[in-house]
Ligand binder design. Structure first.
Ligand code: TRP
Length: 335
């Protein structure tokens, strides 16, 4: 019997500038997953509409995110990488699943409560039903596993609940997805407040390393990173969260463990350590930045890859959508 690979689904929103946290925590690891899984990665541009966007900037950013996926090493022949908004099945299944989701469930979503308080001038229905669209993304591809950060686990949980409810009524339509538990990469913290995660929406630009920061900017941000008044490079997340965050980053980039790093910088001040981290990160990002510039400017190549992958995504997802429509009793289109 042929060994069929399991299916993995993930994606990022095309909002804000991606950070080193997005890269070390997700993107960098995605490219190795296709050895074990059939992978789908979306540019989640429909989700981004839940917050008001400047149309011209948004369009550019979504396309840049796609180019960045490729620059980060996701092979568009081996992975299906595509724009959520180009594949109409997402919006369609999302509507249907809305009718199988309870208001009480959505009311419990902590990210909704948080975003509603931060965007109190625009608490739109899309923000509220955001998790249902995410459920549609995942369920359309019959995904077995979904790598997501902690902040998205609740959305994965509601996806499972919706799928189980639907299957309970109509039989086995959806695969019930599990969170991906493999190696997921470093949890990078803010350089200015190491208690918080490094975020693309942080107001302080010195708190985050953006993937497009040039080497000088990267060095400068690491030099300014908040540490403690001690002088020892020692891993201790509670007592020395700033230094420990820098050590996590350095370890993720160089592959060295904490003992090795402590030895390497024993008796050396924080300044030298910070410079080394800055150099390492600049060295990690610069090849990807160069590839990104090349890919971004190769319109013909990008267009070709985008259109081929959009089609693949539609083909797979439409199989599920057709089944769903039939199960719930929608009439067939006449061709
Ligand atoms: N909501 C996710 C985030 O902001 C992005 C996302 C949308 C996603 N649909 C998804 C992630 C499906 C995984 C699977 O991070």
């Amino acid at each position: 019997m042929e060994d069929k690979k399991k299916i993995l689904y993930s994606g990022m929103q095309a909002t804000g500038n991606l950070t080193l946290g997005n890269y070390l925590g997700a993107l960098r690891n995605w490219k190795t997953l296709n050895e074990e899984y059939d992978c789908f990665f979306g540019v989640m541009d429909l989700h981004s509409l839940t917050v008001r966007q400047n149309p011209a900037e948004f369009r550019q950013r979504a396309r840049n995110l796609f180019a960045l996926y490729v620059a980060a090493g996701l092979d568009p022949e081996k992975n299906c990488i595509y724009f959520q908004s180009h594949v109409s099945t997402h919006a369609e299944l999302s509507w249907i699943l809305n009718c199988y989701t309870y208001i009480g469930e959505l009311n419990r979503m902590t990210q909704f409560k948080d975003k509603a308080s931060r965007h109190s001038d625009n608490i739109n229905a899309g923000l509220y039903t955001y998790p249902v669209l995410m459920a549609a993304d995942i369920l359309l591809y019959q995904a077995d596993v979904v790598p997501v950060g902690k902040d998205q686990l609740q959305h994965l949980e509601i996806t499972r609940d919706i799928a189980q409810r639907f299957n309970g009524i109509y039989g086995d339509v959806f695969t019930i997805p599990e969170p991906y538990t493999g190696k997921i990469g470093a949890g990078v913290k803010s350089l200015q407040n190491p208690e918080k995660k490094m975020s693309k929406s942080d107001e302080n630009p010195n708190a985050s390393i953006y993937l497009m920061d040039d080497a000088d900017t990267i060095r400068r941000k690491f030099r300014r990173a908040v540490t403690d008044s001690d002088t020892q490079v020692r891993y201790d997340v509670t007592e020395k969260p700033g230094i420990s965050n820098l050590m996590d980053i350095y370890s993720a980039v160089t592959g060295k463990d904490m003992k090795e790093i402590e030895a390497e910088f024993s008796g050396v001040g924080y300044g030298d350590f910070k410079s080394a981290v800055g150099e390492a990160v600049a060295g990690l990002l610069s090849p990807m930045q160069e590839r990104f510039e090349e890919i971004k400017n190769d319109k013909e190549y990008l267009d070709k890859v985008i259109s081929a992958n959009d089609e693949k995504a539609f083909y797979f997802s439409n199989k599920t959508l057709r089944k769903v429509k039939k199960k719930v009793g929608l009439t067939d289109r006449i061709r």
